[in-house]
Design a protein around this ligand. Structure first.
Ligand code: MN
Length: 344
């Protein structure tokens, strides 16, 4: 981590009167984990801050310490607007452009105080921020929060609440410490958190052992009826219409992980998940090795993301999205045949 940027950010924090912490829309373990970790750390330093997110996190994160202190624009836009109007420092975590906060975009664009970013996504909109830590190779923003605390020599103020949030962020953004973004540093951070007394198996339990009957039935139905494996292309895809989602009373986050199930199939090197919403189909792409699914998302599906994990969309219904996908797939696979063949 760049020591100068970290110092600059810490100075902005100590000089601020009123701090708001924001993260991206459609929250996940890392956006919630990094936001609450910073919130707990600042609180340990007797610095008040308010966490304001665009929308509510999925139920499996509700146990996180400080969760009930999060304000959401979705539930109370006036309240969030008030907090932003009063704030003189905005700390943006786990996203790198004002386009990633949904309906809060204009609030961020019109914000008159200082804006800080701490993030690990590609292609940051650096001009938007007054100070930033942008480290795409790092596995999670939660890891960057740890490194930030460490850079200020303040690890003694990292308490168990903060530790639980950092661990959750790292764990959920790394597929439980398995992705190639995990380094010896990541494990050293995990070791530090355990040394101060974190019960890590409890966190795995709270995050992963929370499946409801509807969720397991939706997963079973999807894998049995909706999984398509194109053996010749080494690609698998799954689609779910609004009707199917409603049948299993699918909630936010219930389809999380389905695309990884498809990618986990032997012989499959790339997986796609299509989810129909009102007048739009959201698409998630996953790949192994060096297959650049972010290019596919960017060139054809109005999206982008990481090399191995990207997202996009098609305006319209599932039929038209599926048609577009199966038309484009063979060309994409052919164009990237070398990267497909590199994977054994
Ligand atoms: Mn993240």
């Amino acid at each position: 981590m760049n020591q100068e940027s970290a110092n600059q950010i810490f100075e902005l924090i100590t000089n601020a009167e009123n701090i708001v912490i924001v993260a991206h829309k459609a929250p996940d373990g890392d956006s919630i984990g990094s936001s609450l970790a910073l919130y707990h750390f600042l609180s340990a330093l007797s610095i008040d801050s308010t966490v304001c997110h665009p929308d509510k996190a999925p139920d499996f994160l509700e146990w996180m310490p400080g969760f009930s202190d999060i304000h959401t624009h979705e539930e109370s836009s006036a309240d969030v607007e008030n907090h932003l109007n009063r704030a003189d420092l905005l700390i943006c975590l786990d996203f790198n452009s004002p386009t990633r906060v949904g309906k809060m975009e204009n609030l961020l664009r019109n914000f008159e105080g200082k804006k800080v970013m701490i993030d690990h996504h590609l292609n940051p909109d650096l001009e938007f921020f007054d100070a930033y830590i942008s480290e795409p190779p790092v596995c999670s923003t939660a890891q960057l929060i740890f490194e930030f605390i460490e850079s200020q020599d303040k690890l003694e103020s990292l308490n168990l609440d903060c530790a639980a949030c950092i661990y959750t962020g790292i764990m959920t953004d790394t597929g439980s410490f398995r992705f190639s973004s995990v380094t010896s540093k990541t494990h050293r951070i995990g070791a530090h958190l355990l040394e101060i007394g974190l019960d890590q198996s409890k966190i795995h339990e709270r995050v992963f052992d929370q499946t409801t009957e509807d969720q397991i039935k939706l997963t079973s139905y999807t894998l049995l009826e909706k999984l398509v494996i194109k053996k010749d292309l080494e690609v698998a895809y799954i689609s779910l219409t609004q009707e199917e989602l409603a049948k299993f009373d699918a909630k936010k986050g219930d389809t999380e992980g389905l695309v990884n199930r498809a990618l986990g199939i032997k012989g499959v090197k790339m997986a796609v998940f299509l989810k129909e919403d009102v007048e739009i189909v959201k698409i998630s792409f996953r790949s192994k090795g060096k297959i650049p699914v972010n290019q596919l998302a960017q060139e054809h599906f109005e999206g982008g993301g990481h090399l191995n994990a990207a997202g996009g969309k098609v305006v319209g219904k599932m039929n038209s999205a599926l048609h577009k996908l199966v038309t484009i797939l063979p060309n994409f696979v052919n164009k990237n045949k070398a990267t497909f063949n590199e994977i054994s």
